[in-house]
Ligand binder design. Sequence first.
Ligand code: ATP
Length: 202
Amino acid sequence: MRFSRLRLNGFKSFVDPTDLVIAQGLTGVVGPNGCGKSNLLEALRWVMGENRPTAMRGDGMEDVIFAGAATRPARNFAEVSVQIDNTDRLAPAGFNDADQIDIVRRITRDAGSAYKLNGKDVRARDVQMLFADASTGAHSPALVRQGQISELINAKPKNRRRILEEAAGISGLYQRRHEAELKLRGAETNLARVEDVLEQLS
Ligand code: ATP
């Protein structure tokens, strides 16, 4: 499972549709300060389901939409798509019958984000779980922000454990456990209500 293409349209400084083919092996992105190198990494994190505006260096998620320049008006939406080559069949169960996986995230002003997985509308959670089960995703330690190395060195043991758990591919299980606990709590509340009603009737 390997990223093979990244497309940006209206995302931050990438106002015009931009297509990056990611070849096998090591890819380097070079350019002068402020040309958009970090924006590329943020686009990758964003399409994998990042939902913290601060991780996108913004105050709100709509800050990822091209904000306009002296000669260009602001855009109304931003879209990032990523193509995953799955010819090695390493994608998590449920996604493993296709050679290619396409994920698109689009944000429209005042309408929030929408995701598509292989052309079908899905929830943010579906995309996040796909990457969590593949031991990667928006919070993957493989994506290193500026200043992150010193953060890791100074991290508390609990936070360091989270990084190891992510690498071990069990962070998806934590998310599922959390959801199961919420359901359980809901069921317990319903049960208590039923008992109240039964008591009133008896
Ligand atoms: P450095 O080498 O200094 O780290 P960089 O190549 O990583 O720089 P980025 O930080 O990715 O550059 O890009 C910063 C540029 O993106 C700035 O020029 C900023 O104005 C522009 N930018 C960020 N958000 C938006 C937005 N919403 N609309 C338009 N331009 C934006």
